[in-house]
Design a protein around this ligand. Structure first.
Ligand code: NDP
Length: 598
């Protein structure tokens, strides 16, 4: 069978060219530098609007077995797994006023998980909990985070409203000194850093951003005092306001429908449209929930992961847009058995991608009444160039008379003035500007975490990683003993982030217990093991280099500039399941291969 003979209903060559033209419109020389850091005059954008009272406490100088930095899902799961394995002196340090991480900060109206909640919310079985909806909303996820904290007694030692300012290895004592903005000088034998992949909001670095006289805020610090209403909508204070939203990524897709209902006039400033597929959210069936058998969550998580990383399973337990996308691609790739060459398989996968995106574009055409607006809302790039979105109310919002799409055709807004936003050369007067402009991703780890780490012999992590990350399994880095880094760089990437975090947490639990029971005071990777791991990451990442380069700019491809550093900082290229398997075999093998034991 030849690739050309399938009746597709579109011309792949034309689409390839269209994708290229659309990408080229968006390529910029400044790449990630186009964004404005939230420092100096902009720090108020990251103030915490959710804390009731400032916690007053004396500085701490005590010692823990493990200090975990970050109280989001990564920190909570790590804390929980360490507690489960018998450790008691575990402290989570968190900048926010409570646990929750992403879900502490992102309380914008309509916020919900976009991966099925039964697999996305961690430790559901341990807590005997089944979420209320298939894609549950932010308040329930935040409450679940608090419940994990309670169940594992993580509140006891937690330090909230506390930011780590420095981390330094004390060679003599063989432990870490953790300094904070509360003048703490705590110590810990092990430190796990779970700062989060998307913890630093960013603003567009455009002219006039400080000149605007109206109200502004970033979606991750929603100002309900100004908008009225709450996470379910009802933004009644906007009834007499002209509101502008900059950005049309996954966040905007969830909050725009509520803004459309609440605002007198809503202007959505678009640079690149998102791909918006069917959501079909629904309440949890209580009978189904009652019949779940022990082990259900792990089985479901693994089923999702297998499906979304190209494996074959008998039954798709999740049955949603994510698993459908991949099934579609894989069914194409299954022509492998019919003797296709590697390049032909790639072509088949590309065709499946075109087909899916044609469906997404047809959906915009069908739902949006104005054909020009519908055309502007069609994404022309491959589906994993940006985060695919699933929503049933976003596209219909553009049929409302009070909602206006300002399509900048890839250019972005021109500038912000005292009175509003200038785009396509025209001023749109506004009372309020909401920045749905996302978070820093491609910047240095230590810039995003907000502190540097000083390891053996005064070595700084920022210096060690200046030309790219160096680690073993993404988790350890030489020169920084007893330090664990929880992230997807040089480790597993899965659409269901918390699953990868749980695998890391279990791995950390294993290593810490090996050290405590085996009288091992320090662990750090050997030079050879670290070098080999980095080389493996690079060689696997090279396989997707051309795909990344062909993508429309975004944080997935370092804003259109895939450079050697972003290739080195890539995730494990064989996918999450092979990574988890490899970590499991490593544990089963014993001896902690690749780590030097002190
Ligand atoms: P994104 O980075 O995805 O989106 C930022 C938006 O701002 C883009 O549309 C970008 O356009 C636009 N933008 C930036 N600069 C300008 C400018 N100068 N002029 C006009 N537009 C501009 O951030 P999000 O907060 O939407 O999402 C971040 C990530 O968070 C997601 O990818 C996802 O992983 C996660 N998320 C998950 C959710 C969930 O349900 N679980 C919900 C929300 C977010 P362009 O595309 O052209 O760069």
């Amino acid at each position: 069978m030849s690739v050309q003979k399938i009746d597709l209903g579109f011309d792949p060559e034309e689409l390839r060219e269209k994708y290229r033209v659309e990408r080229d419109k968006r390529l910029r020389v400044d790449g990630s530098e186009q964004y404005q850091e939230m420092t100096g005059d902009f720090t108020h954008y990251v103030d915490d609007p959710y804390i009731g009272e400032k916690i007053e406490r004396e500085p701490l100088t005590d010692e823990m077995d493990v200090i975990v930095i970050g109280g989001g899902f990564g920190g909570l799961i790590t804390g929980a797994r360490l507690k489960e394995s018998g450790l008691d002196r575990v402290r989570i340090i968190e900048k926010g006023g409570d646990f929750g991480g992403t879900w502490y900060w992102n309380r914008y109206p309509g916020a919900a998980c976009d991966v099925e909640s039964y697999i996305y919310l961690p430790l559901c079985e341990e807590l005997g909990f089944v979420p209320k909806e298939k894609y549950t909303h932010a308040p329930e996820i935040l409450e679940h985070s608090h419940n994990i904290g309670k169940k594992y007694d993580l509140y006891k030692e937690a330090c909230f409203q506390t930011e780590v300012t420095g981390l330094e290895w004390d060679e003599q004592a063989a432990n870490w000194i953790v300094r904070t903005n509360r003048n703490d000088t705590m110590r810990a034998r092990f430190v796990a850093m779970s700062n989060g992949p998307l913890n630093r909001p960013k603003l567009p670095g455009i002219k006039g951003i400080s000149d605007f006289k109206g109200h502004t805020f970033h979606t991750s610090r929603w100002d309900y005092g100004y908008t009225g209403g709450g996470p379910d909508g009802g933004l009644d204070k906007l009834a007499d306001k002209r509101v502008g939203v900059i950005g049309t990524g996954a966040t905007a897709v969830q909050c725009v429908p509520h803004l459309g209902v609440g605002a007198k006039e809503l202007f959505v400033f678009q640079r690149t449209p998102s791909s918006i597929d069917v959501r079909d959210n629904r309440p949890t069936d209580p009978e189904w929930a009652a019949e779940l058998k022990p082990g259900w969550q792990k089985e479901r998580m693994e089923n999702f992961n297998t499906l979304t990383s190209g494996g074959i399973v008998e039954e798709d337990l999740i049955q949603d847009g994510w698993t459908e996308i991949i099934r579609n691609l894989i069914s194409m790739a299954n022509y492998r058995g019919k003797g296709l060459q590697r390049s032909e398989i790639a072509e088949m996968i590309e065709l499946a991608d075109f087909q899916k995106m044609e469906q997404v574009r047809a959906r915009a055409q069908e739902i949006v009444n104005d054909p020009d607006v519908a055309e502007s809302l069609k994404p022309y790039y491959r589906q994993f160039c940006k985060r695919p979105c699933f929503h049933d109310d976003y596209l219909p919002t553009f049929n409302r008379d009070n909602v206006h799409l300002i399509d900048t055709d890839g250019k972005g807004i021109d500038e912000i003035s005292e009175r509003g936003i200038v785009a396509n050369g025209k001023l749109v007067e506004l009372d309020c500007i909401i920045f749905a402009t996302g978070f820093e991703v491609g910047t240095d780890y230590t810039r995003r975490s907000g502190y540097d780490v000083i390891g053996k012999g005064g070595l700084k992590l920022s210096n060690k990683w200046a030309d790219g990350m160096k680690s073993l399994h993404g988790l350890h880095t030489r020169g920084f003993p007893n330090l664990f880094i929880i992230s997807n760089a040089q480790a597993a990437f899965t659409t269901n982030f918390p699953h990868a975090m749980d695998e890391s947490a279990q791995h950390i639990g294993y290593i810490v217990n090996q050290c405590l029971s085996g009288n091992i005071s320090t662990i750090e990777p050997s030079e050879e093991a670290e070098e080999a791991w980095v080389q493996e990451i690079i060689s696997l990442a090279r396989l997707s280099e051309s795909y990344q380069a062909a993508c429309t700019p975004g944080y997935y491809n370092n804003e259109g500039k895939p450079n050697p550093r972003s290739i080195q900082n890539a995730s494990y290229g064989k996918g999450p399941n092979p990574f988890f398997k490899r970590m499991k075999s490593w544990r089963e093998e014993g001896g902690m291969q690749g780590l030097e034991l002190g």
